[in-house]
Design a protein around this ligand. Sequence first.
Ligand code: NAD
Length: 335
Amino acid sequence: MAKIFVSGVAGFLGSHLAEALIKEGHKVVGCDNLIGGYIDNVPEGVDFHQVDCKYLNTMKELLNGVDIVYHCACTAYEGLSVFSPHLVCENTYQISVTMITAAIHNKVKRFVYCSSMARYGAQPTLPFTEDMEPKPQDPYGISKLAAEKVLKNLAETHGMEYVIAVPHNIIGPRQKYDDPYRNVASIMINLMLQGKQPIIYGDGQQKRCFSFVQDDIDCLIKLGFQDNVAGEIINIGPDEEFVTIKELAETLSDLLNFDLKPRYFPDRPREVKLATCSADKARRLLGYKTKTTLKEGLKQMIDYIKERKTRPFRYTFALEIINEKTPETWKNKLF
Ligand SMILES: NC(=O)c1ccc[n+]([C@@H]2O[C@H](COP(=O)([O-])OP(=O)(O)OC[C@H]3O[C@@H](n4cnc5c(N)ncnc54)[C@H](O)[C@@H]3O)[C@@H](O)[C@H]2O)c1
């Protein structure tokens, strides 16, 4: 049994991970400042602290005696990051440096960092493989990559094991669905269940590969424990079922029996059109296997949102840059 710290434990990924770790018999301590996520996501049994990761001294105290850190806390807002860079970079890059520092201070054995496929940016070929030179296209991706580099640097300097997880396009219950800035599938379901048409930016031909959260959790857990993954960067998620955003809307409308007439808006600046990751390395090192189809995953999300009831979207973040490039949907709170 290990003592494990999960930052962002009220979030989507952090809460599922913490729940699975507790089921395996580990002691889990976690924190979240609730800027994203939901307080009722925090699984029973977590020693939960409602606190911001930016407070170094508090993090040093909370990480006392911890064996493994899973750093999931982040404002994971890729599209918003060109309009609210201060918020996104602080809660992507700066808090990561804080967590890494606190971990090294406490002689934590291994630090698992949740990066993002945004680190790859726009690549000439698909799918993205871990050996590609990262070319992030926006402040979110740049911050993720910068945090990875600081982690590698400090971990190598001070002798801490680290692993970089690159999860991508995860869907499933507990994902925030009243947030207008991210989580496309959740936004579409929340809108359609309210009888409202989904929003599509650009022509809807953006290509993605969604992964169901439970399929990723086993791999994430292994990243904390397996010897052969120390120092590795590993994509976590499937590479079998590519869909466009338009096809995602069509699949959801079939599942919901909804008369689909999407509302189209101009492209969002710097959105990467084709973004899919190879799962070869995860298959090889972690035995990754896709178990849940996109349709099945979406059904579970629909059930989750129906049970909790639809919600109005909450425009809680200040747009730091408002100009002619800022999407109208956000500037004028159109959904
Ligand atoms: N969900 C995905 O598809 C996906 C894909 C790639 C990478 N990731 C990465 O996985 C991690 C988890 O993502 P998620 O989808 O669960 O997002 P999430 O927003 O549901 O969870 C993140 C949690 O971190 C918390 N948080 C943010 N800033 C904080 C701070 N300063 N102090 C304390 N808590 C803070 C939020 O309140 C939230 O509960 C993130 O690092 C994200 O970048 C997620």
